[in-house]
Design a protein around this ligand. Structure first.
Ligand SMILES: [Zn+2]
Length: 432
């Protein structure tokens, strides 16, 4: 099983200088390797239907790949001795990032999603580097020993769980300082794949919405806590302030930082120690606490929890992205999944639970009773079916649909009808 812990770093001035220098050099290296790959395409490209009469004969060379670029690092170090200052594995990891960026451009991932063309990075957008491996005893009391940087103070607000080994270490710069992320692995704990079969009895459907945090298929709703809204309001104020500043000015930069900080607070960031907690941090903590409590409550009563498959990327393209709930849903589902999966025996209580993501198509449009489509817009809060006469809250209807997609529709299944029909045409931008 693999997990990641993040801690706040407290580097001294010299260490900050080293980290910043590395980030700067790595950014340069990244851009150079990217251009090397682009250049190869440019030199070897030819129009599909014609060959130009005058052809510049480029030096024939191999398409730069991960291995050739990695090999070439020797030349880089020769030409630019400052690269010798960087830990060799950190430098190699930079090449790996170029490789990954290209792979994600050409090939779709398992969800069929492809990313865009890799972009050159500005210095401010290159914010992290990774040690591919590290000694297990790198952590001493309140300090982490990073090769070629030295012992850096950090706030270990929680200990590394027993039996876990540190696989990789990533240092990143964020709006409010530097962080270290440890990727941990315990091979003895298998990634637990529950084999519980979802049935109408053991399954609960949840519909996550804008009005309520979530609504269950039994009609119970969990409201959005007040502090969400407050945090969102603050973000709006800050963004308004930012828009009034002259771009590039000192005040503008200050406003940018303030927005970034607020975003981070709103994000699903790991918990920071209470000691330096300010009012806003308390909000993030509170929210996480709320997520844990909600997850516990759901898992204490049901073996299978079904939710809509969230398309965070798609969501970001619509006006709903303004909602602070985007990040919150992601965090909540992550907590829910981890809680259901990781607490394998000996804590039998949580073992054998399953979180299922179902196809979100038309969950709010279809009738949960007869399966027929009942079109409605976002403002219609009640589902009232002209076919079978069912009248219930629209979110509850959606939650029941979600449950049925996981567990099967009790009536339709018996009749042999597939309730999750794929022939229904998708409506553009219906998310609800
Ligand atoms: Zn109906």
């Amino acid at each position: 099983m693999r997990t990641a812990y993040q801690y706040k770093l407290k580097p001294n001035k010299e260490q900050v200088a080293i980290i910043e220098l590395w980030l700067h050099l790595l950014c340069r290296q990244y851009n150079y390797r990217l251009s090397e790959r682009f250049l190869w395409w440019k030199e070897n490209r030819c129009a599909i239907n014609a060959c130009p009469l005058i052809v510049p004969i480029p030096q024939l060379r191999d398409n730069p790949d991960y291995y050739s670029q990695k090999k070439d690092l020797v030349n880089t170090k020769d030409k630019f001795p400052e690269y010798k200052l960087i830990h060799s594995q950190v430098l190699q990891d930079c090449i790996k990032r170029v490789k990954l960026a290209f792979e994600r451009w050409f090939k779709a991932d398992k969800n069929g999603q492809r990313l865009g063309k890799p972009r050159f990075k500005k210095k401010s957008r290159y914010r992290s580097f990774t040690y591919a491996q590290i000694k297990q005893d790198c952590i001493e009391e309140k300090r982490i020993n990073l090769p070629k940087i030295g012992k850096v103070k950090f706030i270990q607000h929680r200990p590394i769980p027993d039996g876990f080994k540190i696989k990789t270490v990533t240092i990143s710069r964020k709006a409010d300082g530097y962080y270290v992320t440890l990727s941990l692995e315990d091979k003895s704990v298998p990634t637990f794949d529950s084999d519980v079969e979802p049935t109408p009895e053991n399954t609960l459907g949840i519909d996550m919405g804008l009005k309520d945090f979530l609504v269950t298929s039994l009609g119970k709703s969990v409201p959005i806590p007040q502090y969400y809204r407050k945090s969102q309001k603050r973000l709006k104020t800050l963004q308004k302030r930012l828009s009034r500043k002259k771009k590039g000015s000192k005040r503008w930069l200050k406003a940018v930082k303030a927005v970034a900080k607020q975003h981070k607070k709103a994000d699903a960031t790991p918990r920071r120690p209470q000691s330096q907690g300010n009012a806003h941090q308390a909000v993030a903590d509170k929210r996480k606490d709320f997520h844990f409590k909600t997850a516990n409550e759901l898992l204490s009563n049901y073996e299978v929890i079904a939710h809509e498959k969230l398309n965070i990327k798609g969501l970001a393209k619509t006006r709903l992205s303004k909602s602070i709930n985007d990040a919150a849903w992601g965090q909540f589902l992550a907590i829910l999944t981890v809680k259901a999966v990781s607490a394998a025996p000996p804590q039998e209580a949580n073992a054998g639970q399953k979180i299922m993501a179902v196809n979100p198509r038309n969950t709010s449009q279809d009738c949960s009773n007869c399966g027929k489509k009942v079109p409605k817009n976002l403002s219609q809060r009640t589902h009232s079916c002209p076919h079978c006469g069912l009248v219930i809250d629209r979110d509850v209807n959606a939650a029941i649909n979600i449950k049925n997609r996981a567990a099967g529709h009790p009536v339709l299944k018996a009749r042999g009808v597939r309730c999750n029909s794929r022939t229904v045409k998708r409506e553009a931008h219906t998310i609800a």
